[in-house]
Design a protein around this ligand. Structure first.
Ligand code: ADP
Length: 350
């Protein structure tokens, strides 16, 4: 049996690790709510009694440099508001947001624009491309606004056309592209300025499942190649689990749990998350390292799998192999797993 309680609890990132850190963030809508100041301590009942809506309620989170951080929740749970607060497209009612050491709420308009231009790329679900510009023209647009030379714009746009797999479509107009291709242009455009922080708000939700799956793979490929910090919003748990290093689950404006996909499934913070994650196949999230029997000084054993692989990923290694398989951590043999353990995860009985 896996000792779930002994699993690593979600830890708050050390400040040196965090590119975004927000504390006690609130966004309250309604008559008179804009006059609220200071630390807020409002109960849901007090908010409802005043006819207000707390789109984000007392949210704190830290996003680590280089991770894929997914914010997920049902429609209306506050995800879009959260991402708009983090980028300060809207102002918070209360709380603090630090982005790469800068206090977002203290920046004047010019500094804010600079920070967005220098550090942030954004993709939204309905990310309108400019209809009278070609693929190249659309991708180059943010660079043009920034005053880059025509040669620089063209070279960078051509590079990005390749990165997002649109070679041959350079001179097409948006109306000549499919929805998936248009979203690839949007992705390329958001990468034009080489942002460190990449915000994607439901970017694939309007696409067909197959195209969506392709673009998710593409995003993972780009992220591992480019090493961006990704903040990805979705209402789709499968998408969250596929993409995330860590997931923040929102419910009625609150962040209920921040955890890895594995932790969410094995150690849900409350019944809402337990119900929410109950259909996720364990093999998709449970890491080999979690079920490995750790042994010091093991003799060499083959084959081996990395402890960070999921059970689903390594199941095929057992197809032609009866005995235990080695588990490695940073290349070093640390333990073993056997067929029986794997079977228990695959059958959902750990
Ligand atoms: P999600 O992105 O998870 O669907 P949103 O952040 O869009 O959720 O919305 C969270 C809540 O805040 C919803 O109840 C929504 O109706 C409310 N809300 C969002 N924007 C506004 C606004 N400008 N005025 C009033 N209420 C809003």
């Amino acid at each position: 049996m896996v000792d779930v309680a002994a699993m690593r609890n979600p830890v708050e990132a050390a400040p040196s690790d965090a590119i975004i850190s927000c504390r006690n963030l609130w966004k309250v809508y309604g008559n008179g709510a804009s006059g609220l100041t200071g630390d807020l301590d409002l109960t849901p009942e007090e908010i409802a009694a005043r006819g207000w809506v707390a789109a984000v309620r007392n949210a704190s989170l830290q996003i680590r440099r280089g991770e894929v951080f997914v914010i997920m929740g049902l429609s209306g749970s506050g995800k879009s508001t959260m991402v708009r607060l983090l980028t300060r497209l809207i102002d918070a009612t209360a709380g603090q947001i630090m982005v790469d050491g800068q206090d977002m709420l203290q920046l004047n308009d010019q500094k804010l624009l600079e920070l967005r231009k220098r550090k942030m790329g954004m993709v939204f679900q309905h990310f309108a491309l400019l209809p009278n510009r070609t693929v190249l023209g659309n991708i180059a647009f943010p660079l043009q606004i920034r005053g880059a030379s025509p040669q620089e714009c063209e070279a960078r746009a051509r590079e990005l056309v390749e990165v997002v797999g649109l070679k041959g479509r350079e001179n097409n107009y948006p109306s000549q592209l499919s929805g998936g291709q248009q979203q690839r242009v949007g992705i390329a455009r958001s990468l034009a300025g080489d942002p460190e922080l990449w915000f994607l708000d439901e970017p694939f939700s309007a696409l067909d499942p197959l195209i969506r799956n392709d673009l998710q793979d593409e995003l993972l490929r780009l992220q591992s190649k480019l090493g961006k910090t990704v903040v990805f919003i979705t209402h789709d748990l499968d998408e969250a689990i596929k993409l995330a290093d860590r997931i923040a689950i929102m419910d009625h404006g609150e962040i209920v749990q921040i955890a890895t996909p594995e932790e969410l499934v094995l150690n849900p913070a409350n019944d809402f998350i337990r119900r929410f994650t109950s259909k996720v196949p364990l093999a998709k999230v449970v890491k080999v390292g979690t079920i490995a029997i750790r042994k010091p000084d093991l003799p060499s054993i083959l084959p081996t799998v990395d402890e960070a692989s999921t059970v689903e990923e390594v199941a095929s290694a057992f197809r032609d192999h009866q005995g235990p398989i080695g588990v490695t951590s940073s290349g070093k043999l640390v333990g073993t797993v056997d067929r029986d353990q794997l079977y228990r995860v695959l059958s959902g009985t750990i």
